[in-house]
Design a binder for this molecule. Structure first.
Ligand SMILES: Nc1ncnc2c1ncn2[C@@H]1O[C@H](COP(=O)(O)OP(=O)(O)OP(=O)(O)O)[C@@H](O)[C@H]1O
Length: 282
């Protein structure tokens, strides 16, 4: 029994259900065709704002279960790329597909979130007056037209999913605290947990460790390493030590002036003279 079980309110039973791992997350998407092992295809994406080219024929693929780090100087187009993937910005040209079958360019933001792409912005946006558990409950994937989620009785599977997520985001001992009392780092983890309650196949994280203490940054690295393989992740970050800690031998993509400048392992891109010139050497 964990601390969350011990402090559990009536109606939030965690015993007798599937194990935490079984209750949590999934990589094999339902409805998204990833038979070729690719969760995201961007091909020749161009975005122009009033004549200014923010993305310039950008092409990028992300594999199922991959954790891809995206780096690049200010103005390289990283946020604009995430805006295209999440439906906030329509590409001027090019194609964006979620798996092989879901054309992101014709869907709105809500439809894309519903299809399985979760996005976390830099600033945490949790419900400060609600407890950590209530925040996770509110975020849970349910049909909100049928019943209000807050304070409704949770099924065993739902309580299991909350318990597993609390452990994953290191907030089991804070489960019943109002979110407003959490540290900045804990709020960021809670927001990641809220995204996970939606069971996304692809998670987009924009500068997840900005403003965190060193200890929080280290724990966030551990958290993202645990998510790798269970979800596909795209992480935009400027903190190079952090990128090195989560990239492992995986691919890092360097954007510059709206295009992919280089792609390879962290040590490969760090040794690339073009990357040193436009970004790392600054
Ligand atoms: N709505 C917009 N209208 C006009 N220009 C824009 C718009 N959004 C972004 N841009 C421009 O597009 C370019 C790319 O911006 P973007 O925010 O994607 O870069 P970034 O790589 O995320 O930078 P940073 O690391 O500073 O967050 C910038 O020059 C920016 O000023």
């Amino acid at each position: 029994m964990n601390a969350f079980d011990a402090e559990c309110e009536p109606g939030l039973r965690l015993d007798g259900g599937p194990s935490g791992d079984a209750a949590y997350g999934r990589v094999a998407p339902v409805g998204v065709d990833t038979r070729h092992g690719v969760i995201l295809y961007l091909e020749d994406i161009t975005v122009r704002f009033d004549g200014f080219t923010a993305l310039n024929r950008l092409s990028l693929d992300i594999g199922v279960g991959e954790l891809r780090c995206i780096i690049g100087p200010n103005g390289a187009g990283k946020t604009t790329m995430m805006d295209v993937i999440s439906g906030k910005t329509r590409p001027t040209a090019g194609s964006a597909f979620f798996g092989q079958n879901i054309n992101l360019a014709v869907l709105g933001e809500a439809e894309i979130a519903h299809a399985g792409i979760g996005r976390k912005f830099q600033r945490p946006t949790v419900f400060e007056n609600h407890t950590v558990v209530e925040n996770l409950e509110l975020a849970m994937k349910t049909d909100k037209r049928v019943k209000p989620t807050l304070f409704s009785k949770l099924s065993g599977a739902q309580a299991d999913a909350i318990g597993a997520t609390l452990e994953l985001i290191r907030l089991t001992h804070e489960a019943w605290r109002p979110a407003g009392l959490l540290s900045h780092g804990q709020k960021q983890w809670l927001e990641i947990g809220m995204l996970l309650m939606q069971e996304p196949q692809l998670l987009l994280l924009d500068e997840p460790v900005a403003g965190m203490t060193d200890a929080e940054t280290e724990r966030t690295g551990e958290l993202l390493n645990e998510l790798r393989g269970r979800h596909s992740l795209m992480v935009v970050e400027h903190d190079m030590d952090f990128v090195a800690s989560i990239a492992g031998q995986g691919k890092v993509t360097v954007l510059h002036e709206g295009s992919v400048l280089a792609e390879g392992t962290m040590s490969e891109v760090q040794a690339d003279p073009r990357v040193i010139e436009v970004y790392l050497g600054r």
